[in-house]
Design a protein around this ligand. Sequence first.
Ligand code: BGC
Length: 759
Amino acid sequence: MQVGLLTYYFKNRSPLMKKLFFGIALIAAIGVNAATPVYLDDSKPLEDRVEDALNRMTLREKINLIHAQSKFSAPGVPRLGIPEIWCTDGPMGVRPEVLWDEWEQAKWTNDSCTAFPSLTALAATWDPDMALLYGKSIGEEARYRNKSVLLGPGINIYRTPLNGRNFEYMGEDPYLTSQMVVPYVKGVQSNGVAACVKHFALNNNEINRHTSNPIVDDRTLYEIYLPGFRAAAQEGQAWSFMGGYNLFRGEHASYNPILMNEILKGEWGWDGAVISDWGAVHDTRTAVSGGLDMEFGSWTNGLSNGASNAYDSYFLAEPYLKGIEDGTYSTKELDDKVRRVLRLTMRTAMDRKRPFGSMGSDEHVEACRRIGEEGVVLLQNRGSLLPLNLDKIKKIAVIGENAIKMMTVGGGSSSLKARYEVTPLDGLKKRVGNKAEIVYARGYVGDPTGEYNGVVTGQDLNDPRSPEELRDEALRVARDADVVLFFGGLNKSNHQDCEDTDRESLDLPYGQNELIEALAKVNPNLAVINISGTGVAMPWTAKVPAIMQAWYLGNETGNALASVIAGDANPSGKLPYTYYATLDQCGAHKLGEYPGHPGIDELGNKVMDMPYNEGIFVGYRFIDKNKLKPTFPFGHGISYTTFEYGKAGIDKAEGSADDVFTVTIPVTNSGSREGKEVVQLYISDKKSSVERPVKELKGFRKVSLKPGETAEVKFEIGRDALSYFDADKHAWVCEPGEFEALIGASSADIRSKVKFKVK
Ligand code: BGC
């Protein structure tokens, strides 16, 4: 418009007209600028907008911006029209609204969500496309509910099977986690909702979670515990991160100068906002300097615990303001925090182009079911007991509490108010219809509760019968059936798959082992469907022909499981962690310390020192090194069809570290059904100046094949796949020498190998 006016002005030379047009042009220019300040003008570069907003803010507004005003929100800058930031858990569905200052749900009636499968189930799909679908779908729900930040995904490494939150994470391997977290983050953020990747870092247990002090060397940190986070920050470009509760080298993780300043914001050049875990901040001084940008959930009056509506007393609230006013702190750190929070707001709530989202759509239901079906892992299937042959089977005994228990409620902050939940028993009944009779017996009582923060399942699972009565009924029902499906495992109550507590043993609870053995005796056609988010001991594998790892699969649990059990879907999941036979097979328990021993940290606080003596030998790395035989290895999972692997070939036998080596292998569906196989590539450094794992996962592809069909599966191996982290040099190093590419169907089932040399 201004250009047009000026052109006209120059064409019209009468002095009066000149003056008139000059005046109009001036007013128009001022008018445009006044109407659209730079920070609100989304045609301007993000950094200019951030700087403009920052320059308009008072000191108090800056302080207000960086701490909570309610359990899940921060106030924005009302005077400038900069919106509030609303967060929500995460990571498996959008949490119901809670009261302003309480955890209790607010009893809204429009906030029931789609509950998606647990993140271990997602990881078990070994399919980045599923992670993208997951992120996009959950992001749409968060967007529809007007949230700016989804508190997830969780990607802490599975160091011990006892960690109560393993179900919220993506397993034991840094490469698998990295490949799955990036599309999840991108999917969420395509909705203008920030992913908040948590819990950075080393938050690998729930027991003593506020005082755990993992003692980890740099190599282990960089090779095992950081790669997922780095991928999320750099490739995924996650807009926010959440710090952990635990300590690390003398400071809490949420404002840890090494983790946040040196690594995340320094080495990785990340420009997002660090959000504290809820109640993870304990001190103003270090929160100011340690790289924390937003404080949430402190539940304190600054002096003692338990004051409600204490937001002004948060460590980054009045105490920080006072400290700036009296010269204790400069505004340098504050401005950096404010810039990061503004960036977060502009990327989310201030993005006028972001989509509107959707909630509970058919697409989300479909996504939930697909991810569930693809995540289920068939662990063994002797005599092809599964899928059920419904042309022959007349009577099915369904035994076990988990066949009828709703699992979307419970487990801590990931607890949901799901729109509906199909239990395994209901899913089976629907699928089997009148093709066979289904008889149910509970077998044991585990956890009859079904309530979390005021959300109730509505199920009454109390059963007054004695354990003997329940067991006898189950055996009677099982004896009389053609096939027995036992649905057991863990649940979301304390000391199971649940936040804030760890499990107390690897064993299945509630006498399930004894019951399974007794069932196997009365009916050999037994399938155990284990519902859990972590590994359990299975001392009965020799006596049970079919075993399936089912996870918490959300709304569609029963439908997804029925579809796999009946064979509509062919299982294609692979274990994202090692299934240990005993805790002794896990490095954290055998060599490392868990849950640690009492110690005193650098500041004189009582902590639980937890040396990670097992170092980089986590999961299959420990199994390989010690030549152990777990119940089921990392990467394991079978199908209703079979796959044959041909001979692997490589494009060159020798090259430099900067070359890309291409490995190919033909994989054929040698069975009679269409199915999917996850082809895995592990790299082994044959000779190295430092001790290296026997092999490490560095590639995988999920291929879908019709009977008789062959795929040429291709992997590219670059420097990253060959390097280790040299702590002295503080750099990734690829040593020349001989390497081997191992390709297989699991970490313990290598089908072909090919050697190559790096000059
Ligand atoms: C959990 C976080 C969660 C937060 C908010 C904390 O207790 O550790 O993962 O996002 O609460 O509910």
